[in-house]
Design a binder for this molecule. Structure first.
Ligand SMILES: NC(=O)c1ccc[n+]([C@@H]2O[C@H](COP(=O)([O-])OP(=O)(O)OC[C@H]3O[C@@H](n4cnc5c(N)ncnc54)[C@H](O)[C@@H]3O)[C@@H](O)[C@H]2O)c1
Length: 379
């Protein structure tokens, strides 16, 4: 019964099905309608689509994307070109996309907006799609590692306003497709995405996935997740599958005990001076230092994770940590406001595969963790 009578009135309660998909498609730009007929949604219902493309993606892959759309007989106006990077993650960019939707008269259903780019294009265009006509569908073609293994199917969209991701919504792309052959071969970008991959393997319920990353990850990272490398594909697929299961079990974050929160409680203190994935890793490192002091994990497990982080080329220390516990405590306070008043910082518990949640981390603990980490980073 969606509406029941209460003592003073009526109460409505409805559930809303949310479905979304994620696919790894090597050779995405060469796809034909025979291979993946629904790559751009139901073309028979309507072939019209608004197209949003990240600037760098347009420079590198613009012709191939336009050819691909032509092969699928997609009708579209000139693409809305949006810059990547945190500075572009604003309402201003989102408004440009909304204006294009209005101009092309995107209907409520049946003409999903096609978004090509990284996490910023996803989050900004997703927010615009969530607001236009109170929600129109969009499809996302992830061109960075971060977008492929996290943002593209993580349900959440946002722009930053003062604080990162402060204004947002839950509005997943109805379908995400990715191909690591599209990713930039830029060491910093690859490492950034690797931070999010490693984040997941630190808390993945299946500890053998960490073992696999430990064995192959550093090479795979060095080679920028080559699309013809089976180990790279395994790492990407396992991250997507694990994260998607985790998110779908708790899609609207009603439960704050969420494994995927690992690395995201303190990291806002380091951004945007530090890129997102690297900030997540600094957060994990400090969490591991605190967990060891609290006797939740042995130093040997802490050191094993630190070694893998170091072997991939991610930094163990950044100047931003010289600011001491103050900004980190501010970030933890904001994190608590987001998580029912509790910090709920996930860390491995005793062994990989198990997780516990740390509460009430004090400034003194953060200070000690910073000293411990500084020592380890210099060793
Ligand atoms: N929605 C979520 O749940 C979620 C999850 C994780 C991360 N994010 C967000 O994702 C963002 C980070 O994602 P990102 O690292 O992809 O950032 P990004 O989208 O800014 O891309 C990084 C840079 O790479 C460029 N670029 C993108 N694809 C390229 C390609 N194929 N070749 C060359 N250059 C390319 C972009 O123009 C940009 O300069 C952050 O804002 C983060 O908050 C969101």
């Amino acid at each position: 019964m969606p509406v029941t009578t209460t003592e003073r009135g009526w109460k409505a309660s409805v559930t809303r099905p949310v479905e979304w998909t994620a696919e790894v498609l090597p050779g995405l730009l060469d796809t034909t309608p025979d291979d993946v007929p629904d790559l751009f949604g139901d073309r028979k219902a309507s072939p019209k689509r608004v197209l949003v493309v990240d600037t760098e993606v347009m420079n590198r892959h613009g012709d191939a994307i336009l050819n691909l759309l032509a092969r699928f007989d997609i009708e579209h106006p000139l693409p809305v070109i949006v810059p990547g990077g945190e500075a572009a993650k604003t309402r201003i960019t989102a408004n440009r996309i909304t204006e294009a939707m209005e101009k092309f008269n995107v209907p409520r259903f049946g003409e999903p907006v096609l978004v090509w780019g990284g996490g910023v294009a996803h989050d900004v265009a997703g927010l615009a799609a969530s607001q236009f006509r109170r929600g129109v569908p969009y499809r996302f073609y992830a061109t960075t590692l971060v977008a492929a293994i996290d943002a593209g199917f993580a349900l959440k969209v946002a722009v930053s306003q003062g604080w990162k991701n402060r204004v947002g919504a839950y509005h997943p792309a109805e379908a995400m497709f990715t191909d690591s052959g599209l990713f930039p071969h830029d060491r910093e970008r690859t490492l950034d995405g690797t931070g999010e991959v490693l984040k997941w393997f630190c808390v993945d319920p299946d500890p053998t996935h960490f073992d696999h990353f430990e064995a192959h990850g550093p090479r795979v990272v060095q080679e920028h997740f080559r699309p013809d490398d089976p180990e790279a594909l395994t790492i990407i697929r396992r991250t997507i599958a694990g994260m998607m299961r985790e998110l779908a079990a708790n899609p609207f974050e009603a439960n704050s005990l969420r494994r995927s929160y690992v690395g995201h409680g303190m990291s806002p203190a380091f951004e945007p001076l530090v890129s997102h994935g690297q900030a997540v890793i600094l957060d994990i490192l400090l969490s591991l230092m605190i967990a060891t002091r609290r006797d939740l994990i042995r130093a040997s497990l802490r050191d094993r994770i630190v070694r893998v982080i170091r072997d991939t080329g991610l930094a163990l220390w950044h100047d931003v940590l010289d600011d001491g516990p103050g900004p980190i405590m501010d970030a933890l306070a904001d994190t608590s406001r987001h998580r029912h008043g509790r910090m709920s910082i996930p860390v491995p518990y005793r062994r990989l595969g198990r997780v516990t949640y740390m509460q009430d981390i004090s400034a003194a603990e953060v200070d000690t963790a910073l000293h411990d980490l500084q020592g380890i980073s210099k060793a």
